[in-house]
Design a protein around this ligand. Structure first.
Ligand code: 5BU
Length: 493
């Protein structure tokens, strides 16, 4: 999309593309055999270095919206663009060979990578989406994760929609659409009104599909996490707590975490007992409890064992390693002794993970229970100041610590790695869009289907019924459980 900030830049690029004959109008026979009144050939920009630089700069704001470890250009035109972007902005690159090498290593991907790395695809333009898909297929077969691609021009022939197909699931971002480009050329007098009408009409009636042969290869692609069953995901987890969580979700047919935001021990124990059969996790904020004692912690742990759910203290650690170790193990709450799961901000840097892991391991050695940690990648509150790249940084830290980091507290998908779990707070059934203090609510379906939640966290939507009749409490919690779980199952099918 052209926005105000870069439209001047993009307009000059379109004019120069037109002047150097990269945008041609006439009658052209395309690869598919059909006749087109327009032909776009961005290959020639390699002969115009200034134009190449200006055009590549248009990718940069879109790249900032994507999460990736490496970039890969679709051969051949975009290879040069990816090379410029890699060298200029220090993004590691991968190169995909179009033809299989006949000698030496016979590999189709050049460059250094690790399985599970996220690769952003760079392409010059999209019509059907086949070229992007071919490259994505090669990358995914090598164990890389592809979720996004950026193109300069969207020819608006259905390619973006083709790649949104659930089997493919690639989001394509474009710097400019075909109709915006044609309108600019018309407004500047480079093409006539008639020509503009003719080509826009042609584009509208010439949508292209992904060729069947390529579609048939899709089953070879590693599917994104949402398509993997809980059993598959349990197997992929390196952390025993993550494994246990996926197994619990499968056996209890629930992806519900109740947030026990209550201020006295007896009411939390009552909630744990009533909610226990329906939840896989109970989340606490121990510092809001008036009468906390370690006896309460022991009783809560007994209930967690009896009903088989995980205890998560939403402590949001955010200090230097030395301090968080003491906050985790000491004080009144001695969290490391009785909680399974904790969470942390990444603001203090990677040492926060090392510090918490050391204490978690020490506690696990004492009682044989697995422990894990979630990283906070987003916040649900209105106007929060979590920066746009926070999630990407959280992801980078998580992949370095898969033995301890179970996943993310998120508002959108952070990682397509199926071993990581995404847990989303701010969920409530009904019309309330939020509370009076900045909380923003969404439905279980929206959280799971649009925000990438594997597990929903519900506080007031459930605890408000604690003092109602038992039937009313149960009807309500079962509704949350069913709507959250059904949304997940629908997504997997
Ligand atoms: P609610 O009653 O469903 O609004 O409770 C949500 C809980 O999740 C509450 O304990 C919050 O502290 C917690 N939470 C949240 O709401 N939003 C966030 O981004 C994070 C945690 Br992180």
């Amino acid at each position: 999309m052209v926005n105000d900030n870069n439209s001047a830049g993009i307009n000059s690029i379109i004019r120069r593309l037109f002047e150097c004959n990269a945008l041609k109008f006439g009658q052209f026979k395309l690869k598919s055999g059909i006749e087109s009144p327009v032909y776009i050939d961005l290959r020639i920009i390699i002969s115009q270095p200034d134009l190449m630089i200006d055009l590549c700069q248009q990718y940069v704001p879109l790249m900032k919206q994507c999460r990736f470890d490496q970039i890969c250009g679709v051969p051949y035109t975009a290879l040069t663009m990816a090379t410029y972007l890699s060298a200029q902005f220090h993004y590691p690159m991968l190169m995909r060979r179009k033809e299989m090498k006949q000698h030496g290593t016979k590999q189709t991907l050049e460059g250094v990578f690790q399985q599970g790395n996220r690769v952003l695809i760079i392409e010059d333009l999209i019509s059907s989406g086949s070229s992007i898909l071919e490259t994505a297929l090669a990358l995914r077969q090598a164990g890389l994760i592809v979720t996004d691609a950026i193109v300069f021009i969207d020819r608006e022939q259905g390619g973006i929609q083709n790649l949104r197909h659930p089997d493919i699931d690639i989001k394509v971002h474009s710097c400019i659409s075909f109709s915006e480009l044609i309108n600019y050329l018309k407004n500047e007098g480079h093409i006539t009104d008639e020509k503009s009408t003719e080509v826009l009409k042609w584009i509208n009636s010439n949508h292209c599909a992904i060729p069947v042969a390529l579609h048939n290869q899709l089953s070879l692609i590693t599917r994104p996490s949402s398509w993997k069953s809980y059993e598959d995901r349990a197997r992929l987890c390196q952390n025993p707590l993550g494994k246990r969580l996926f197994e619990l979700m499968k056996s209890k047919q629930s992806n519900l975490c109740v947030s026990a935001d209550l201020t006295n021990c007896e009411s939390i124990l009552k909630l744990a007992d009533l909610a226990g059969p329906h939840i896989v996790m109970l989340k606490t904020h121990v510092d809001i409890i008036d009468d906390f004692s370690m006896d309460f912690a022991r009783r809560l742990r007994d209930l967690a064992r009896n009903h088989n759910f995980i205890l998560f203290e939403d402590r949001k650690f955010a200090d230097i390693g030395f301090t968080v170790q003491k906050q985790y193990t000491g004080g009144l709450f001695r969290l490391s002794e009785w909680t399974d799961l904790i969470n942390a901000h990444i603001l203090p840097g990677p040492a926060i993970i090392d510090a918490l892991r050391q204490e978690a391991v020490a506690s696990s050695l004492k009682d044989g229970q697995a422990r894990g940690c979630l990283l906070i990648s987003h916040l649900s509150s209105e106007g929060n100041l979590v920066p746009a790249d926070y999630a990407q940084e959280a992801y980078k830290m998580a992949i370095k610590n898969p033995d301890f980091i179970v996943g993310f507290i998120s508002q959108t998908k952070v990682s397509a790695d199926p071993a990581f779990i995404h847990m989303t707070p701010g969920v409530k059934i009904g019309n309330e869009k939020g509370d009076q203090l900045g909380q923003q609510y969404t439905t279980p379906e929206d959280a799971v289907q649009n925000k990438g939640a594997d597990l929903i966290i519900v506080g007031r939507g459930i605890i408000s019924k604690l003092n109602s009749s038992r039937e009313e409490f149960e009807t309500n919690i079962i509704l949350y459980k069913k709507r959250g779980y059904d949304a997940y199952i629908n997504l997997c099918q």
